[in-house]
Design a protein around this ligand. Structure first.
Ligand code: PLP
Length: 450
C-alpha cells in the first residue's frame, strides 16, 4: 500500500496512545516496516537507529530468530490454554519457575498479565485481598512518587503522578497519594544524597501520619523513575524507603516494568541496592515486545497470607482470559535464554550500557544540556536554556519535540519527554559501534536545534 494511502487510513481510523489527536492528524503517522537488531526501516525505506527499543521494551533487539521460532512452534502446538479451572500450559509453568529463580529473594509466585498497566491493577487487587486476609481491611491507601508512571488504567493512572494522566478525570482517587520525587538535579534540599534521603523519609512519615498509620497499605515506586524523566534516586534511597515500609507494615511495591531485564545493568534494578520488595511488577523486557506480557511477582509471605487468610474455599476473584498466555510464555522463555545463555545479552548490555553512559557524558558541556543521567542502557539528557541557572526551556519552544523530530532527520529515534528531557534506551544487542553511531547522530541533532 502506498505511504500516503496508509497515512490517510491512519488519520481516519487509528487512535494513537498518549498524544494530542489534533497534532497527530496534522502530522500523520511515521510508518515502520521492518526491524533487525537495533535498526528499523520505515515505509519510505530509510534505516533508523532505534535508540529507544520501541517503547523501552525491545531489549533483545529486532529479528531474533529463536524468539520467532519459539512463538511459531507454540502457536502450532497449543496457541491457547486458560489458567482458569486449574488448567496450564507447559511454557507458562516453566516461565513462572524461571522468574521465581531469577528474581531477588523470595519473590517466588507469579501472576501473569498482558502488560504493565494490568500488572499494577493486579497488585492493587492483591493488596486488597492481602489486607483483608490479615484482618486489616482499613489499610487501603497507597503512596507513590511525584513524576512516577504506573500505567494508564483507570486505577493505575491515579498511582501515576503525571498531570496529563489526571486531566479531565477524578484522579488521583481518594486513596491515592503522592510524595516528592527524590530528584537530585532539582531538589529543594540540594543534591546531597543524605539530605535527599532524609527529606524523602520525613515527607513519607508525615504523609503516613496524615493518612493514619493503620490506613496505609502500600508504597509504589520505580527504582529509577522512567517516563517522569529518567530520575535516578541517590544511592541508599531505595533501601531506606524499603526499610521505612517494613517498619510500618506497609507493602513495598517495586515497579520494574522499564528497569527490569537488564535495562539498567542487573536483571532487576532492585538488585543494585540489594533490596527485595514485597511485590514487583514487570512487563516490556519480559517478552522484549515481541508479544504482550507482564507479571506480578509476589513474595512467599504475601502469597501465603492471601492463601491462608482467605475464607475456606473462597475464590480469589481476579483473573484475565489471557493471563499466562502460552505463546507469550514461550517467547518469554526464549528471551530469558537470550539474556542469560553463554555470554548473553545481559552481559553485553552491561558492557555497552557503561560505554553509552560514558559517551553521553560528553554532551554535558553542550549549551542545551543541563544534566546527563541514567544507569546502563537507560539514559537521559535534561535540557536547559541557561546551564548555570538551570533554566527550563520555555514550553512554547517545544525544544524536546523539535529535537526528536530532528533526530529522525538524522536517522535516530529517541524519546522526548514533556518539554525538557530526551531519553535513550537502546536494545541490549547494541555494540559499541552502534553507540558511536547513536552519539554521532545525537551530536548533529543537538547542533541542528541550537
Ligand atoms: N509501569 C511503568 C514503570 C511503565 O513505564 C509502564 C509503561 O511504560 C507501565 C507501568 C505500564 O505498562 P503498559 O504500557 O505495558 O501497560
Amino acid at each position: 500500500m502506498l505511504a500516503n494511502d496508509l497515512a490517510e487510513l491512519d488519520r481516519a481510523h487509528l487512535i494513537h496512545p498518549v498524544m494530542s489527536w489534533r497534532d497527530h492528524e496534522a502530522r500523520g503517522p511515521h510508518v515502520l516496516a521492518e526491524g533487525r537488531g537495533a535498526y528499523l526501516t520505515d515505509a519510505s525505506g530509510r534505516t533508523l537507529l532505534d535508540g529507544f527499543s520501541g517503547l523501552w521494551c525491545v531489549n533483545v533487539g529486532y529479528g531474533q530468530d529463536s524468539v520467532v521460532k519459539a512463538a511459531t512452534e507454540q502457536m502450532m502446538r497449543l496457541p491457547y490454554a486458560t489458567g482458569y479451572f486449574g488448567y496450564a500450559a507447559e511454557p507458562s509453568i516453566r516461565l513462572a519457575a524461571r522468574l521465581a529463580e531469577l528474581a531477588p529473594g523470595d519473590l517466588d509466585h507469579v501472576f501473569f498479565t498482558l502488560g504493565g498497566s494490568d500488572a499494577i491493577d493486579s497488585v492493587v487487587r492483591f493488596i486488597r485481598f492481602y489486607m483483608h486476609a490479615k484482618g486489616t481491611p482499613e489499610r487501603r491507601h497507597v503512596i507513590s512518587l511525584a513524576r512516577g508512571y504506573h500505567g494508564s488504567s483507570s486505577t493505575g493512572a491515579g498511582i501515576t503522578a503525571l498531570p496529563a494522566f489526571h486531566r479531565d478525570s477524578d484522579l488521583p482517587l481518594p486513596w491515592q497519594h503522592h510524595i516528592a520525587n527524590p530528584y537530585p538535579y532539582r531538589n529543594p534540599v540540594g543534591p546531597e544524597p543524605d539530605a535527599i534521603i532524609a527529606a524523602s523519609l520525613a515527607e513519607f512519615h508525615a504523609k503516613v501520619e496524615e493518612i493514619g498509620a493503620d490506613k496505609v497499605a502500600a508504597f509504589f515506586c520505580e527504582p529509577i523513575t522512567g517516563s517522569g524523566g529518567i530520575i535516578v534516586p541517590p544511592k541508599g534511597w531505595l533501601p531506606a524507603m524499603r526499610e521505612a515500609c517494613r517498619a510500618l507494615g506497609i507493602l513495598f511495591v517495586a515497579d520494574e516494568v522499564i528497569t527490569g531485564f537488564g535495562r539498567t545493568g542487573p536483571l532487576f534494578a532492585c538488585e543494585d541496592e540489594g533490596i527485595v520488595p514485597d511485590m514487583m511488577t514487570v512487563a516490556k523486557g519480559l517478552t522484549s515486545g515481541y508479544v504482550p506480557m507482564g507479571a506480578v511477582l509476589m513474595s512467599d509471605a504475601v502469597y501465603r497470607t492471601i492463601r491462608d487468610g482467605s475464607p475456606e474455599g473462597a475464590t480469589i476473584g481476579h483473573g484475565l482470559t489471557y493471563s499466562a498466555h502460552p505463546v507469550s510464555a514461550a517467547v518469554g522463555l526464549a528471551v530469558m535464554d537470550l539474556y542469560l545463555d553463554g555470554g548473553g545479552l545481559l552481559a553485553q548490555g552491561q558492557r555497552v550500557g557503561a560505554y553509552l553512559g560514558r559517551r553521553l557524558q560528553a554532551f554535558a558541556d553542550h549549551p542545551l544540556v543541563g544534566e546527563v543521567r541514567g544507569r546502563g542502557m537507560l539514559q537521559g539528557l535534561e535540557l536547559v536554556t541557561d546551564k548555570a541557572a538551570k533554566t527550563k526551556p520555555d514550553k512554547a519552544l517545544g525544544i524536546a519535540g523539535k529535537l526528536a523530530a530532528q533526530g529522525l532527520e538524522h536517522r535516530l529515534i529517541f524519546r522526548a519527554f514533556a518539554d525538557d528531557m530526551i531519553g535513550f534506551a537502546p536494545p541490549l544487542c547494541c555494540t559499541e559501534a552502534d553507540i558511536d553511531v547513536l552519539c554521532e547522530r545525537l551530536g548533529a541533532t543537538l547542533d541542528a536545534v541550537l
